[in-house]
Design a protein around this ligand. Structure first.
Ligand SMILES: Cc1cc2nc3c(=O)[nH]c(=O)nc-3n(C[C@H](O)[C@H](O)[C@H](O)COP(=O)(O)O)c2cc1C
Length: 466
């Protein structure tokens, strides 16, 4: 990529924000390399969080999985890597970090607002204003099978529940005014009269009648993240979120189209364009030269897409169990089975498997690829690959043209996978003026450059607009 004049772009002063997404359950983390460590040992979490903080990342981020992933009733063996409860894990990290945000993915489908809002407040107070909540609705019935509510809620109802959930959570977080309790031993009352507000909410999803149990944190309340890609999900984000954890960060045009769509939705609800940060998940592979980076990517892909993973991914496309086939042999001869599948039990519907399989066959034949090589070349794609300076130019282009506000990086190696990003890429970004050289604030909200809790700022913006 050629360097553009940094001032001759739509957002000349834009800053890139990094989060780290510690994945836990997935096949992208290489577990079989000699230098890979435990995905469960608290030391791994500490190392990743502290390296990210050394690299001035905004956030350490955990997903949520309440049940091991299954396809057709079979557990994906990589999921046995496990996934501890995010709030518990982040509370431990609050004690060994000072500035980095701590973001918990917690779903709105299986929790109750009076309980979850309180636990999130707890993390926010414990970390002195560094908590974030990634609101997810969860897209599978196999998780829901273990909860009275959830599995049978359809997509639109899950978002309705999420909306009401947030309304109640915010009311609870706003229930204590700033300075609601005594500030000196000489005060007449412990709680200032009239400064604690009872929340009474009676709605289709929740009944709450409660004086909130905790004061506001240094950042007001946890920063709200959102992850979900449908129209409903995006509208929900436009109304409610401070940050979107998106899946649109690998390709510039795709990322820009997503960002423009979000900005249109923001304007439709009366929020300014810069009121929300977009941080797509991505992988970053660094080499000293372009060739070295590509070679490293090839090695990593073969570690990630093991024979079992290749057969699993291909099995989803074909709609049949391929687990006893040879992944390093040719593509299955069968035609794909186009089954009725709403995705609720793990296998996402592929729009037209017959066309995709025909494409895979043609390309495999041209290049002489095995099934595994075909999955690597044509299956799910992700990430950015290059030299530190090439990647920095590329990210400068992304951020200055408004395609992203940063990335939520998924390291392919735990716990050392961030080291080269922090040591080699971050200095190049700083040199280009698109990355901070020190934390700008003490809270997550300040570091993300957000102006204040959404309820407060939309009310203020509307007042200013008259
Ligand atoms: C980038 C991204 C990350 C997600 N992470 C989680 C997660 O950790 N746990 C979870 O239960 N759901 C997760 N989800 C699922 C969403 O909450 C949502 O249920 C799903 O995407 C279906 O909603 P949609 O149709 O709006 O995309 C994630 C979704 C996206 C796009």
């Amino acid at each position: 990529m050629t360097r553009t004049d940094p001032l001759d772009v739509p957002r000349p002063h834009a800053q890139l924000h990094f989060g780290v997404f510690f994945q836990g359950v997935n096949h992208w983390t290489v577990w079989s390399a000699p230098d890979s460590g435990s995905q469960i040992d608290p030391a791994s979490f500490r190392k990743v969080a502290q390296t990210a903080e050394r690299g001035l990342f905004d956030a350490f981020f955990l997903g949520e999985g309440l049940r091991l992933r299954e396809v057709d009733g079979r557990i994906h063996d990589l999921d046995v890597a496990g996934r501890p409860d995010a709030l518990t894990q982040l509370s431990a990290l609050a004690a060994v970090t000072r500035r980095i945000g701590l973001v918990s993915t917690s779903n709105s489908t299986f929790n109750e607002p009076a309980d979850l809002a309180r636990r999130l407040s707890g993390l926010d107070l414990l970390s002195e204003g560094r908590a974030g909540w990634n609101v997810v609705t969860t897209d599978n019935a196999w998780t829901g099978a273990n909860f009275r509510r959830g599995g049978y809620l359809d997509h639109a109802d899950r978002y309705r529940r999420a909306e009401e959930f947030l309304t109640v959570a915010r009311a609870l977080w706003d229930g204590w005014e700033d300075g609601a309790t005594a500030d000196s031993a000489g005060a007449r009352h412990w709680s200032v009269p009239g400064a604690l507000h009872r929340v009474r909410h009676r709605g289709p999803q929740f009944d709450v009648d409660l004086a909130p149990t905790l004061p506001r944190s240094a950042q007001g309340h946890p920063v709200i993240f959102q992850a979900g890609d449908s129209g409903e999900g995006r509208d929900f984000a436009a109304r409610n979120a401070d940050v979107i954890f998106s899946a649109h960060g690998n390709d510039f045009d795709d990322a820009l189209a997503f960002a423009e769509d979000i900005r249109t939705r923001l304007r439709a609800v009366g929020r300014p364009d810069d009121d929300l940060r977009i941080l797509p998940g991505t992988e970053i592979i660094i080499g000293a030269t372009e060739e070295e980076a590509q070679e490293k990517k090839r090695w990593i892909r073969f570690q990630q897409v093991t024979p079992a993973t290749a057969l699993g991914i291909a099995g989803l496309l074909w709609g049949i169990d391929l687990s006893d086939r040879d992944a390093d042999g040719p593509l299955p001869e069968e035609d794909p089975v186009v089954a009725e599948n709403d995705g609720s039990f793990g296998a996402r519907r592929i729009a037209d498997p017959r066309t995709v399989v025909a494409e895979w066959r043609a390309k495999a034949e041209t290049h002489g690829w095995s099934l595994r090589e075909t999955v690597i070349a044509l299956g799910p794609q992700r990430g950015h690959v290059g030299t530190p300076s090439g990647l920095a130019d590329k990210f400068a282009h992304f951020v200055r043209h408004g395609a992203v506000d940063g990335f939520n990086v998924t390291p392919f190696l735990v716990p050392d996978g961030l080291d080269d990003i922090v040591d080699l890429l971050v200095p190049e970004l700083q040199e280009r003026g698109i990355y901070r050289t020190e934390y700008t604030g003490t809270t997550l909200r300040e570091n993300l450059g957000l102006r204040g809790p959404l309820t407060h700022r939309t009310a203020r913006d509307r007042r200013q607009a008259g």
